[in-house]
Design a protein around this ligand. Structure first.
Ligand SMILES: [Zn+2]
Length: 142
């Protein structure tokens, strides 16, 4: 692997498209949490950057596929998930674990207060409509 591979992977995985072009240090975030990080040695383009694949928790082959085309961002996170490198999130209301029905972290208003909650898609929809039953289960557990 080379620094160029590292750059291409950074372009593919970073979630802030407005960010700087050149990355000395790359943070791979999944739903706001850093799940992998690696540095690119700017001054040493000719030196091998094989450590990047280790930092990304994938094989060198997979990292190169990521830098080229075959492996997408979604594929990459799927590999991390399979190997237990992604944090699990639980729905605060129904206790569903992530990936059964995607759990997301949101800030919602209820009774004029903002609450930071982890909810699955279904519960989130109901919470947004101020469903009392859902809010009771959320607030009871806080
Ligand atoms: Zn739920």
């Amino acid at each position: 692997m080379t620094a160029e591979h590292g750059e291409k992977i950074a372009d593919k995985l970073r979630d802030d498209p407005g960010g700087g072009r050149k990355h000395d240090h790359v943070y791979v975030k999944w739903r706001g949490r850093i799940v992998a990080t690696y540095g690119i040695r700017r001054s040493s383009h000719e030196l091998p950057h094989d450590y990047i694949s280790q930092e990304l928790h994938v094989t060198t082959r997979q990292a190169i596929d990521l830098a080229r085309c075959p492996l997408s961002r979604a594929d990459y996170f799927e590999i991390l998930r399979l190997h237990g490198h992604l944090p699990k999130m639980k729905c605060q209301s129904c206790d569903t674990e992530d990936f059964d029905r995607e759990v997301s972290h949101e800030t919602l208003m209820y009774n004029k207060k903002s609450h930071r909650v982890n909810l699955c898609r279904q519960c989130l929809g109901r919470a947004r409509q101020n469903d009392r039953q859902i809010w009771k289960t959320i607030l009871d557990k806080l």
